[in-house]
Design a binder for this molecule. Structure first.
Ligand code: HAM
Length: 413
């Protein structure tokens, strides 16, 4: 066997203790913003039946075609590490009969997701998302409120240079009719298109909107837009969403060519990007998915939601250090008396750290200073001395008086 030192798999990373604080800030902000709006936390399993994603996310998407971590279990069932959270949450809604609750059912989640993408800055194979889903209502206020909540989260975390793009896809039938129209437009102007776009006319005609090629750009200027083709009720729904965002003072750009890599979207579609990030500028996004429940075997249930990448939120946010945990007492001693004192102080509710490395007295005081301890209990042959690290005062106390003294000092602080 090789004795090479092993490393974490490509595209994964360790959340080190020093990174945990910033992530805690994201979680606390999500809990406060989403919890305050009546969203309740849900966590679904990290793996699901592969079929859930094949049917929910869509066979034609990059995610299902090439990015899923799929394996067979011992019983020969195909399982997949979840690449996203919306299909699992819809499964859970159906499985637990949540249609019997007051609608919409408002849920939020935070956890790891897995996609076998090419790793680069801001793109990982295991990444974390915070997300929100409101299932059971097609009211445009649901869409607008969800956008507002992600907007609040992004601003609470100090994400820099944020832009919000907004679009609407209408129904699958509208989309299909539009697609035919777009393909016809591209075919009619085929000789002016780049070779790449020409080769993908049938596969992915929407890609032509992103092309840099001058001829293609010219052709696309007169291309039909999906937003102009929406059925009246879908156009009305989109106008209602926009009216609410306007009323709330949220700035956005309408992007008629906005596309996202999941097949379940209908109607509203949105994406928050940060210009402070590089190529992977998508901080979070989502939309409405009124057909998803049926795709995974349920009745018609409308839904809307979003997810944001924790890594990208943090990369694009202002550095803000979370407060360091307070240490009330550092017990500078290694014997059983020291151990008993630490246990007693913890039972009394104090934050206590114990000397664990057999340092010299000088070393222990240095360590206490490093961790910002308020008091240090120095145990020696004659008993216990308590040092107040703020005033530098030191007094000898009976062992059973130490905890009361620290508690009193904490109240005075
Ligand atoms: P998504 O756009 O695929 O949507 O992912 C949401 C966010 O997750 C992205 O904006 C990005 O910040 C982050 N993300 C995605 N892939 C990676 C990666 N490989 N590395 C790091 N971050 C990544 C969804 O997943 C939908 N479920 C959102 C949704 C909820 N739509 C409706 N409800």
């Amino acid at each position: 066997m090789s004795s090479e030192r092993l490393q974490a798999p490509r595209g994964t990373y360790d959340v080190l203790p020093e990174d945990d604080e910033a992530r805690g800030v994201v979680e606390a902000a999500a809990r406060s913003i989403l919890g305050g709006a009546g969203y309740r936390r849900i966590e679904t399993p990290v793996f699901e039946h592969t079929e859930l994603f094949a049917r929910g996310v869509g066979q034609s998407t990059d995610i299902v075609q090439k990015e899923m971590y799929t394996f067979d279990d011992a019983g020969g069932r195909s399982l997949t590490l979840r690449p996203e959270g919306t299909a699992p949450i819809m499964r859970s809604y159906l499985e637990h009969g949540m249609h019997k609750l007051a609608q919409p059912v408002k849920l939020w989640y935070l956890g790891p997701f897995f996609r076998q993408e090419k790793p680069q800055a801001g793109r990982y194979r295991q990444f974390w998302q915070v997300g929100a889903e409101a299932i059971g209502s097609d009211d445009p206020a649901v869409d607008a409120e969800l956008i507002l909540l992600l907007h609040a989260l992004v601003f609470e975390l100090g994400v820099r240079e944020v832009r919000l793009r907004l679009g609407s896809l209408g129904t699958p039938a509208t989309r299909e009719a539009y697609r035919d129209k777009l393909v016809a437009h591209l075919r009619a102007n085929e000789d002016r298109l780049s070779e790449e776009v020409r080769g993908r006319i049938d596969l992915n005609p929407m890609r032509a909107f992103d092309a840099d090629h001058p001829g293609t750009r010219e052709v696309m200027q007169s291309a039909p837009l999906l937003l102009d083709e929406l059925a009246p009720e879908d156009a009305e729904h989109f106008a209602e969403v926009r009216a609410r965002l306007d009323a709330a003072g949220v700035e956005y750009e309408i992007d008629p060519t906005l596309v996202r890599g999941l097949d379940y979207y209908t109607r509203t579609l949105f994406e928050f990007t940060s210009d402070a990030l590089g190529a992977q500028s998508g901080v979070g996004g989502g939309g409405r998915y009124d057909g998803l429940a049926e795709q995974v075997g349920g009745p018609h249930v409308p839904g809307c939601g979003w997810a944001a990448g924790i890594e990208r939120l943090l990369l694009a946010a202002d550095e803000r250090r979370a407060p360091v945990e307070a240490v009330d007492l550092y017990v500078a001693g290694t014997g059983v008396e020291a151990f008993a004192l630490a246990a007693e102080a913890r039972r009394a509710g104090l934050a206590v750290q114990l000397e664990l490395a057999g340092r010299s007295r000088k070393g222990m005081l240095k360590q206490a200073d490093r961790i910002g301890a308020r008091y240090v209990a120095i145990l020696d042959e004659e008993g216990t001395q308590l040092k107040d690290m703020e005033t530098g005062e030191q007094e000898r106390l009976a062992p059973d008086a130490v905890v009361a003294h620290v508690i009193r000092g904490r109240h005075l602080a």
